[in-house]
Design a protein around this ligand. Structure first.
Ligand code: AGP
Length: 599
């Protein structure tokens, strides 16, 4: 994905746009650029992060657009950086998404001068043609949209036309309504310093931000989009004294969990109360739950399966969203499809939800992002309330996703009578204890940091666990590999002897989850197997007995089914400190972006 910013108003455009780009950098950091529009269109762009971009402060601009790029078509070079312009340099365009028919469009634009390898560059040239035919900027963009195939959010300006025209199709765009002007962003983070009054554009919207305000059209008709107030301020998006967003977000977890839990627990009755509208009768009737998600959210889905199946008499299937298919003969009436997605913008997950909706299945999103695309497409949303997560590596949102899904499992278990009041109360008590349990692991950071320093030069890292701890093993390995680039794998502990054991040497630490709810005795046998091959073993356990058999042991409170989730927090810190020792760009790992809005 990429990040788009825009501003028109009395403020200093260059400074507002560069703040926006800095805030959106987590969406992509291959290149950055802005176009400032006054008497002329001034484009400044280059490969690399926004820090390397020199933006003159003395340009007399009334408005402008900016972009931070995660490359899809064309390498990260100065030429491929956005904004892109037309032949005369009058039109400037930034774009997020993919124009799938750009090759044909480029052929139709024979005679135009192209300077990049991007799909985006066809857009300013198409606008140039429409303006030459007499259209104003809004009409030109509207006509161009008819030619574009794919998913996109775009913002365009023209030297002789007032304001910015923005359009969305399957890619997010948010308008900010400030006292001193109008803001545009791929998400609220772009302008949260300046205003918290926002409206979310919908697919097909074409918005004209001008000195007089905003007008929005959809399918040729004027439409209004509700103005909402976002409930977090600029400080929530800052680093608050931490070296990295990821470190800050790891430490925010007790607070994030309190927000996820607040008002949702009634221990006395053993019931969770969820602010969702799905019909209880429907939830009582379902036979299947299908979870679709990607990456870390997929691991949260795997954890949820282990929570839901024993508590509720439904079958839970978890699919990588990119692999999800609905086959003929599937029981579509008695199935709930749950999309787990932090951003609510992941293209693979959105596409899976659309496939599920086609034959009429009921859909629920478990997401962090109010107003995101997925919330507008599903039947209902369960918000995890983790607050903004900027680090590319998902941390607090994983823990909050699993917690929200644990509440959901308790809710439907009690509703269907498969979970007794006592069992429900037990689970809810553990959920209530989660924030403090997570804090106790955060307090062990110095020990975890020492372990990271000791093993940073290892050949590879293996994480093993069973049951509830297996998704945590997968998640721990993903976290370590994405921010440190070290080779890391998560395995079902029992599978080691069926192949992966061949990889184990004295230079491959094995991190074993011995939580009481995750078959610790059986996993302990696997610890013995790797120890006898010379591998150093780091155990995560709540019993001091285990500690004496492992090379190192990290103490994790026993929290029943949620114990492995607490262990995961220790592994977030381990990954963070390994990556920090290696001096990796932790918040912006190479080749990655926070949410992936292309399939
Ligand atoms: C994990 O650290 C990554 N950020 C990534 O795997 C992420 O979880 C995945 O891309 C899904 O994103 P989503 O939750 O926003 O849908």
């Amino acid at each position: 994905m990429c990040g788009i910013t825009g501003y028109i108003g009395e403020g200093e455009s260059a400074s507002i746009l560069s703040t926006g780009l800095k805030n959106l950098e987590y969406r992509g950091y291959d290149s950055a650029g802005i176009a400032l529009v006054g008497d002329q269109v001034d484009v400044h762009k280059q490969e690399g992060t926004i820090d390397g971009l020199t933006i003159p402060r003395d340009v007399d601009a009334t408005h402008g657009i900016g972009h931070t790029r995660w490359s899809t078509h064309g390498e990260p070079t100065d030429e491929n950086a956005h904004p892109h312009t037309d032949c005369r340099g009058d039109v400037a365009v930034v774009h997020n998404g993919i124009i799938s028919n750009y090759t044909e469009l480029k052929e139709e634009l024979a005679g135009h001068i192209f300077e990049s390898e991007t799909d985006t560059e066809v857009i300013p040239h198409l606008i140039e043609n429409e303006i030459a035919r007499g259209a104003d900027l809004r009409a030109a963009v509207t006509r161009v949209l008819d030619h574009l195939e794919g998913s996109f959010a775009i913002a365009a300006t023209h030297v002789d036309h007032d304001g910015i025209v923005a359009a969305r199709q399957d890619s997010p765009l948010v308008i900010g309504h400030g006292d001193d002007g109008m803001y545009l962003g791929s998400d609220v983070t772009a302008f949260v310093e300046y205003t918290r009054q926002v409206s979310y554009l919908e697919d097909g919207d074409v918005a004209h931000l001008s000195e007089d305000g905003i007008t929005i059209f959809n399918d040729g008709k004027r439409v209004e989009r509700e103005i909402q107030t976002v409930d977090w301020d600029a400080s929530a998006a800052g680093k608050a004294g931490h070296d990295h967003y990821m470190h800050k977000e790891i430490h925010e977890q007790p607070h994030a969990l309190r927000q996820a839990i607040s008002g949702r627990i009634d221990e006395l009755s053993g019931k969770a109360s969820l602010d969702i509208d799905l019909d209880d009768e429907f939830l009582e009737s379902i036979d299947n739950i299908q979870i679709v998600a990607c990456g870390t959210s997929y691991h949260a889905g795997l954890y949820a399966k282990e929570l839901i199946e024993p508590l509720v008499d439904v079958t839970v299937r978890v699919d990588l969203a990119s692999e999800y298919e609905v086959y003929d003969g599937y029981d579509t009436q008695n199935t709930l499809v749950v999309a787990v997605t932090q951003s609510g913008e992941t293209a693979d997950t959105l596409s899976a939800i659309r496939r599920a909706k086609a034959p009429g299945m009921t859909t629920l999103a478990v997401t962090n992002t109010v107003g995101s695309t997925i919330t507008r497409e599903v039947d209902d949303s369960l918000f995890i309330k983790a607050g903004p997560e900027i680090g590319v590596a998902a941390t607090k949102t994983f823990v909050s996703q699993v917690t929200a899904l644990a509440l959901f499992a308790t809710y439907i278990g009690r509703l269907r009578g498969t979970l007794s009041a006592d069992e429900g109360a037990d689970i809810l008590e553990n959920i209530r204890k989660l924030p403090n349990a997570v804090q106790s692991v955060l307090d062990a950071e110095p020990q975890i940091e020492r372990l990271a320093e000791r093993y940073v030069d290892s050949d590879a890292f293996f994480f093993i666990g069973r049951g509830l701890a297996q998704p945590v093993a997968l998640e721990s390995a993903l976290k370590l590999k994405e921010i440190s680039y070290a080779h890391a794998e998560g395995f079902a502990a029992g599978e080691l002897k069926h192949g992966p054991l061949a990889l184990v040497t004295e230079n491959t630490p094995v991190l074993a989850f011995l939580n009481e709810s995750a078959s610790p005795d059986e996993t302990f046998n696997n610890v013995k197997e790797v120890e006898s091959r010379g591998a150093p073993v780091i155990c995560l356990s709540s019993t001091s007995e285990d500690a004496s058999f492992c090379d190192h042991s990290i103490d994790v409170p026993n929290l029943g089914r949620l114990g492995p989730l607490v262990s995961n927090v220790a592994m977030q810190l381990f990954a963070y400190h390994v990556a920090n020792e290696m001096e990796r760009p932790i918040d912006k790992p190479r080749n990655l972006a926070k949410s992936v809005t292309v399939e």
